[in-house]
Design a protein around this ligand. Structure first.
Ligand code: ATP
Ligand code: MG
Length: 354
């Protein structure tokens, strides 16, 4: 199988994933997920139920969640299950385009509207007519454009930059942001009226660290995808490594996990990925797992594993402090030396080579 073509941007990435997912789509309620959105945790089941309920609605959806939680994926899936599925889905990243350009990107412009406007150009709103427009990173939109957008949302019409002709459109709006929009409103950075216009159906995607039970499922799907894409034959991930991956806090959420799995698959080539293959930051975060970073996710936590990880972290910390002099470490840990040695063996602890 050929190596997949280089992706141009995130929406291409989204498309590719959804195309693959179309064949795998399963009804709501089944364990693996929905339209390529993997998850069986209670939190994700709630998201799928909500998506199911709004599938045939025309209401505006506001998707919130940390970076990498799948907001783009959900937006596209919502379009796919809507009555507008055979009409365009047009996405625009409101945070990535300079304000002056964004207006003409959204609403189009007429010839001569500004230097460089050599022809009339239709904007995203016009091109999305009949379908869905996905306003990504809406929280980053400038106050001036927020006013213009509100007008379009309320009246369903707009004028292209430099033009006088009013264009009417029939569009479903899906917006997303990694910011907390309520907080942005309170701080005066986001218009309250626009917030309420968008906040009709809020969908909040949970951070990966609060649905750790989905991690093994995501790992196996990303492993399979990375094997296929890169012509590799990595068979799986060891229990130890999965445990470390499940304990990581994943600030970049599913995107971070997906990228790490791809990197591991490419480098490992074949066989099984084990804990020694993991990047150092993961290994060290697993080994210095202070008690206060252990969060009780809504799926619960395996107490035995958590306690074992905590024990491992404390022992490692003590050994590092004592330069691996086991007598001293045992004293600090109030253990006898043989017990410490047994625990070091059980946790397969080794001095880190820097
Ligand atoms: N539940 C999931 N199942 C499978 N893949 C997922 C899931 N969530 C996210 N991904 C994958 O993770 C990557 C990031 O997802 P996406 O771009 O949708 O996140 P995002 O929330 O829009 O992030 P950002 O705020 O940075 O734009 C994509 O490759 C996507 O396919
Ligand atoms: Mg996104």
């Amino acid at each position: 199988m050929p190596v997949a073509a280089v992706k141009k941007d995130k929406s291409d990435e989204m498309d590719a994933c959804l195309e693959k997912a179309a064949d795998e789509s399963k009804p709501f309620g089944e364990t693996a997920g929905f339209l390529g959105i993997i998850g069986k945790s209670t939190a994700m089941q709630h998201v799928f139920e909500l998506m199911d309920k709004v599938a045939d609605s025309e209401s505006t959806v506001l998707i919130q969640g940390e970076t990498g939680t799948g907001k783009g994926l959900v937006a596209k899936a919502l379009h796919r299950v809507s009555r507008r599925a055979d009409k365009p889905f047009i996405g625009i990243n409101c945070g990535a385009i300079p304000e002056t350009l964004l207006e003409s990107e959204l609403f189009g412009h007429v010839k001569g509207a500004f230097t460089g406007a050599t022809t009339n150009k239709a904007g995203k709103f016009e091109r999305a007519n009949g379908g869905t427009i996905f306003l990504d990173e809406i929280g980053d939109m400038s106050p001036d454009l927020q006013v213009k957008l509100l007008k379009v949302l309320e009246e369903g019409e707009f004028e292209p930059v430099g033009g006088t002709r009013t264009i009417q459109v029939d569009i479903r709006i899906i917006a997303a942001t990694h910011r907390n929009l309520e907080e942005e409103v309170q701080k005066g950075r986001f218009r309250e009226d626009l917030f309420y216009r968008l906040y009709v159906i809020p969908v909040t995607l949970p951070a990966l660290r609060s649905r750790r039970s989905d991690i093994p499922l995501l790992i196996s799907s990303f492993l399979e995808g990375a094997n296929r894409k890169n012509v590799r034959q990595v068979l799986g991930v060891s229990e130890d490594a999965i445990q470390i991956l499940m304990n990581h806090t994943w600030p970049g959420n599913v995107r971070e996990l997906k990228n790490i799995i791809e990197r591991l698959v490419v480098l490992k080539q074949k066989g099984e990925i084990d804990s020694s293959d993991l990047p150092d930051n993961l290994k060290s975060s697993a080994c210095s797992h202070p008690l206060h970073t252990i969060e009780l996710s809504e799926d619960g936590i395996c107490l035995n594993n958590a306690v074992s990880e905590f024990e491992k972290a404390l022992i490692l910390q003590t050994l590092e402090k004592t330069q691996w002099v086991k007598n001293q470490a045992a004293k600090l840990l109030k253990l006898n030396r043989t017990t410490l040695v047994e625990k070091i063996k059980r946790h397969r602890l080794q001095p880190q080579v820097s």
